[in-house]
Ligand binder design. Structure first.
Ligand code: 13P
Length: 245
């Protein structure tokens, strides 16, 4: 799976222009799932531009519950109704700026699944945690608190994204080995909780400064099942180069 997280970039007109350029570049990419996650106001344009293509559309966040007096929030029900298929959950920017925690992850994943959305659940350590030797402890806590409480049936429908926070938007990619080691650790946690088969089949994406010139080496690692791409997903040619690596 190659997923683009546009973060807080692009207008609906820019969204339309992106897909006009991007679609012809990726129409023969048959053996992978392509996903674009634009900001909420662009979802409608993204869904209509991608109708009948091999490209799925996702949101970057959701709120649990179907509807209610929750000013400023968007529900899974609304995302499903507009044609979304995916939703990113607990991106590190949401953890950092909006205080999202593991209890939120569980509530949001369940809400996404209730409305037929595939959750892309983000985990990852900060620089000081890696430098202090705490990477596995952090990933373990995020897994135990946010993912382990799911049922096996729920877990089977999620995608995990490992995004080391120090590699996001910094140009400092994790080496393929660093990423693979983290993925192996997460996979071990999955096997321990949900069984060996779940461990082997779960998709774990790597995110953090993925670009056309480093994607091939990252994807050469058997542990890495795809990428969650920020900056390089904003330009049609560069994201197509990532998708078609
Ligand atoms: P960059 O690819 O810009 O480092 O962002 C990664 C990311 O946060 C994707 O969710």
């Amino acid at each position: 799976m190659m997923a683009g997280n546009w973060k807080m970039y692009k207008t609906p007109a820019e969204t339309k222009a992106f897909f006009e350029a991007f679609k012809p570049l990726t129409e023969s990419a048959a053996n992978r799932d392509i996903v674009i996650c634009p900001p909420f106001p662009n979802l409608h344009a993204a869904v209509s531009e991608t109708e009948g293509t091999n490209i799925g559309v996702g949101a970057q966040n959701l709120y649990w519950g179907k509807e209610g007096a929750v000013t400023g929030e968007v529900s899974g029900h609304m995302l499903q109704a507009i044609g979304c298929q995916y939703v990113i959950i607990a991106h590190s920017e949401r953890r950092q700026y909006f205080g999202e925690n593991e209890a939120d992850v569980v509530r949001k994943v369940k809400a996404a699944l209730e409305y037929g959305l595939t959750p892309i659940v983000c985990v990852g350590e900060r620089l000081e945690e890696r430098e202090g030797g705490g990477t596995e402890a952090v990933l373990g806590e995020q897994f135990d608190g946010g993912i382990a409480p799911l049922t096996a049936e729920e877990f089977a429908k999620i995608v995990i994204a490992y995004e080391p926070v120090w590699a996001i938007g910094t140009g400092k990619t994790a080496t393929p080995k660093m990423a693979a080691d983290a993925h192996r650790f997460i996979r071990g946690k999955v096997s321990g909780k949900f069984g060996a088969e779940a461990g082997a089949s779960t998709r774990i994406l790597y995110g953090g400064s993925v670009k056309p010139d480093n994607v091939k080496n990252l994807m050469a690692e058997e542990e890495i099942d795809g990428a969650l791409v920020g900056g390089a997903s904003l330009d049609p040619a560069s994201f197509a180069a990532v998708v078609n690596f």
